[in-house]
Design a protein around this ligand. Sequence first.
Ligand SMILES: Nc1ncnc2c1ncn2[C@@H]1O[C@H](COP(=O)(O)OP(=O)(O)OP(=O)(O)O)[C@@H](O)[C@H]1O
Length: 250
Amino acid sequence: MTTTIRTTTRGHVALRAVSREYGLGDHVVTALDDVSVEFPPGTFTAIMGPSGSGKSTLMHCAAGLDRPDAGSVLIGDIDMTQLGEKELTKFRRRHIGFVFQAFNLVPSLTAAQNVALPLRLDGKRPEKSEVAVALDLVGLSDRAAHLPSELSGGQQQRVAIARALISNPSVLFADEPTGALDITSSRTVLQQLRRLVDKHRQTVVTVTHDPVVAACADRVLFLADGRVVDEFSSRTPAQRIAARMTEWEA
Ligand SMILES: Nc1ncnc2c1ncn2[C@@H]1O[C@H](COP(=O)(O)OP(=O)(O)OP(=O)(O)O)[C@@H](O)[C@H]1O
């Protein structure tokens, strides 16, 4: 089976009737309950909801890091749930970028070497210019030779974003990318994500607890008990998002 996405559908993510349960017998937890949602190309979506509402599970299923028990997950015209393990790994490496809250950089490698890592893992020899372009996308051209320990938290997260972008993914998923950062670093990371969407038509989906981060997104989805329970579909002021969160938590 070939896993090439048609250019017209690149960057389009669709979850159709996705369910995911964990545990067995009396201990079954329904983390996602029949969720259908689309992330159109070149859009920035924030996912919010109380702890345990299924945000990470949604991201992991959408990114092919976890397999749903039911439903399908399409990136472009490829249904990832139909791919075998090897093919899924290969597909993920080429089409999906994932950024974690904890950066997950290799401490002994420079920023440039960290960014080049996904290509090396894919058996390719990265061109210096490819790495330079990725670092430039996140405004870190001048930090290429620095080790993670020589960078601020925000800079480390931007290296992680550059690393996720090196394979020119169709979609970038970020699970609380600003969760471990101070306000200033958090805003810089956020600006970079917004810029990727506005300037480069990247599809970005991020989980966040921060109404200011969500206010920068084109759309905010609210999850509760494994379902999408509400949505703000245009840029919404942070205050209104915060008020909605408070309502849900109450
Ligand atoms: N590997 C697992 N094994 C068992 N239960 C799990 C597993 N992963 C998630 N769950 C359960 O599924 C539900 C959804 O979890 P998930 O991590 O997706 O929520 P979340 O909204 O991301 O939470 P948080 O904001 O606290 O990170 C929770 O009840 C959680 O305990």
